[in-house]
Ligand binder design. Structure first.
Ligand code: F6R
Length: 264
């Protein structure tokens, strides 16, 4: 794993945007895996700015989002459909027919639907670059603690911690989602490259467990230790509990010399 420690959230976002932009330019028909939440907002802002100044074209790209709450229609302001439209898709030229987000409004047949989502990823050639955030409990996507490290896209019950984190976003308790459709950890491990972004003290414990702890289903992000090309881009606050920060800085310096393309 490559661990890139940046001063603050703005630098994390800029570094991630540089890597994503270079990947899109290198392979215009790239298949992107996308995340929602507060963390990638800065990245999406940077990508929108690059697109609007004419230096980034998404017209041949495809995207698959990680997850969506169950029970929310795409018009709901807290749905991930709404989020993606508002913060990215309405502002770039990614063709609507190549945007994929799990459908949270399904009435049933989830197993069949999730198998089709997986098949659709395979039919597109697989995900080239997956963006991830991390939950305070170490989740990636909505793979809550104890998710199988081999899990595929499926319906997943949200943990109490995730539900608590959601509380401030939902005015009405009865609307708060209890489940989500999420890509699995097995699905994420098959992507060709992963960029996990994290910012702030509240993520420090999860980040340290993911990078330096044992691989365990109790911390889903620790499964990324098995990924051949995973980069964590984190700010100093999120890096606070890592014990090998000096070594990570040294590795980044060496990466600049020997594998420049891994950084922005
Ligand atoms: C969202 C997702 C989640 C978030 C995580 C962190 O699509 O898959 O795993 O990345 O909950 O959320 P924020 O960035 O809001 O702290």
């Amino acid at each position: 794993m490559l661990v890139v420690i940046k001063k603050n959230y703005e630098e994390v976002s800029r570094e991630a945007a540089g890597i994503v932009a270079a990947a899109v330019r290198a392979k215009p028909e790239i298949v992107l895996g996308l995340a929602t939440g507060g963390t990638p907002l800065g990245l999406y802002k940077e990508l929108v700015a690059l697109h609007q100044t004419g230096s980034l074209d998404f017209s041949r790209a495809t995207s698959f989002n990680l997850d969506e709450y169950l029970g929310l229609p795409s018009s709901h302001p807290q749905s991930f459909h709404f989020f993606m439209q508002e913060h990215l898709f309405s502002k770039i030229n990614l063709p609507a027919q190549r945007i994929h987000i799990p459908d949270g409004s399904l009435p049933g047949e989830y197993g069949e639907y999730c198998a089709r989502y997986e098949q659709c990823i395979r039919n597109s050639g697989g995900i080239d670059l997956q963006i991830l955030g991390i939950g305070r409990n170490g989740h990636i996507g909505f793979n809550e603690p104890t998710s199988s490290l081999a899990s595929r896209t499926r319906l997943k019950a949200l943990s109490r911690e995730t539900t608590e984190d959601n509380r401030q976003s939902f005015a009405n308790e009865s609307e708060m989602p209890k489940c989500a459709i999420t890509m699995g950890i097995g699905t994420i491990l098959e992507t060709r490259k992963v960029l996990l972004l994290a910012s702030g003290h509240s993520k420090a414990a999860a980040v340290a467990k993911a990078i330096e702890g044992p691989i365990t289903s109790s911390v889903s992000a620790s499964a990324l230790q098995l990924h051949p090309d995973a980069t964590f881009i984190i700010d100093e606050e999120a890096a606070h509990s890592l014990t090998q920060r000096d070594y990570y800085h040294h590795v980044v310096e060496m990466t600049k010399l020997f594998s420049r393309e891994k950084l922005s």
